[in-house]
Ligand binder design. Structure first.
Ligand code: NAD
Length: 379
């Protein structure tokens, strides 16, 4: 444990123990309903593609405060497979057409929208109108305007809204936030964050279709780099300047392949992001007045890894990020703990993404950002 951050390890352990204790704690005072039959909230996954299949559903077998109780799918063959695998009651299975009937189903408390980006808004609105709390995958929507519509629908319905930012719930990101808050290595002067993977084997995927994705690498992976420079400085940026590069225009016909962007922060810190659908990269590096810290990998499903200028390795026991994320959101509903990835944060990131596209469209012009405290959640 000498090279391992002992404090971090203990923090994670106590979080786990705290979780177990909270489970037995009663009564449940926050949330829309207070008469839960079960301790766990019921989640319905909307869209049973790869993220639901390989990450969310398995994670929901381990969650302490919620469980998989329903599915919403446009593919009838998946109904039986999922019902058997996860023991899902027939009455909790919906398709895209009859989904609104979920409003009469008390077994479902949270609707988790895991569809192509351009479909998020419609299903989030329908979920809110059905009186269900909503988790919306990232990016929250394909425009700021749509984010506002989702926020409005959730506010009107009095339901909670969370974005699927799993890193906001995992310990390496918390450690970065602690370094920033406690100025462990002094103030951050410069932060760099890269997020990309090479994806050139399936030209038919929806991520390359702007109508369904809203954009390319920036929408899909760049959003992690945007988040990194924000929690890596503890500030929202005040402006951004961006550039686009296309090395495979034959393949990336409709969406951005590679983007870089530079941010300025009120403290004087500078940030740079790189994102691509044609390069494997995944890290965060902060240069500070008295040292540095880094994570690499910084944004995959883990285990993540990190180091600091003190010679310390940043290391935590691995836990499913999705499990931690869904438990955090459920605790927010059940116990009134902070919403660590609220809709306002999703909207903030879309404001930044739109500004990056605007900068590129206007010949790499510097675009001012007026974000105020939007989406800066203190946890
Ligand atoms: P996917 O392609 O594997 O699955 C998409 C699902 O949507 C499938 O079940 C498909 O049948 C359904 N669908 C309905 N209408 C469709 C249409 N017109 N075109 C294509 N599919 C359609 O995608 P995925 O990787 O599961 O991603 C879904 C969402 O989850 C996206 O918003 C993505 O950004 C997000 N995601 C988040 C993470 C994360 O780490 N937070 C990871 C992966 C994906």
């Amino acid at each position: 444990m000498s090279k391992l951050s002992r404090r971090s390890f203990n923090a994670t352990l106590s979080k786990g123990l705290g979780g177990a204790m909270l489970l037995s704690a009663a009564p449940l005072v926050y949330g829309k309903k207070t008469d839960f039959k079960n301790k766990k909230l019921g989640v319905a996954l909307v869209g049973l593609g790869s993220y639901s299949t390989y990450q969310l559903a398995p994670a929901l077998l381990d969650t302490n405060f919620c469980e998989l109780r329903g599915i919403v799918t446009g593919t009838p063959e998946k109904e039986k497979i999922w019902a058997e695998k996860y023991t899902i009651d027939k009455k909790n299975i919906y398709n895209y057409d009859n989904f609104d009937a979920i409003k009469d189903n008390d077994a479902i408390d949270i609707v988790y929208v895991v569809l192509p980006n351009a479909m998020h808004t419609d299903f989030c609105i329908r979920a809110a109108k059905a009186g269900k709390h909503v988790i919306c995958e990232k990016p929250m929507a394909i425009s700021v305007k749509e984010c506002d519509v989702i926020l409005d629908a959730c506010n009107k319905a009095g339901v909670k809204l969370g974005v699927g930012y799993r890193l906001q719930s995992e310990p390496y990101t918390q450690e970065v936030k602690r370094f920033v808050k406690e100025k462990t290595f002094g103030s951050v002067n410069y932060i760099s964050a890269n997020a990309g993977y090479s994806s050139t084997s399936n030209p038919d995927q929806w991520r390359l279709n702007k109508k369904l994705s809203g954009g390319g690498a920036l929408m899909n992976m760049g959003i992690y780099a945007v988040q990194s420079v924000i929690y890596g400085t503890g500030e929202n940026p005040i402006n951004v300047t961006a550039q686009e590069f296309s090395t495979r225009p034959d393949y990336f016909k409709d969406t951005d392949e590679t983007i870089t962007a530079q941010f300025e922060f009120a403290s004087g810190a500078v940030g740079n992001i790189f994102t691509s659908h044609n390069a494997n990269t995944n890290n965060l590096h902060a240069t500070c007045t008295k040292g540095w810290f880094k994570l690499e990998p910084a944004n995959n499903y883990g285990p993540l890894s990190g180091a600091t200028s003190n010679g310390d390795e940043i290391k935590f026991p691995h836990e499913s990020q999705q499990k931690l994320q869904m438990d955090d959101f459920s605790k927010h509903i059940l116990q009134g703990t902070p919403n660590v990835a609220p809709g306002e944060m999703g909207k903030r990131d879309l404001i930044i993404i739109e500004a990056i596209y605007k900068s590129i469209a206007e010949g790499n012009k510097k675009i001012n950002l007026d974000l105020g405290g939007l989406g800066l959640v203190k946890v």
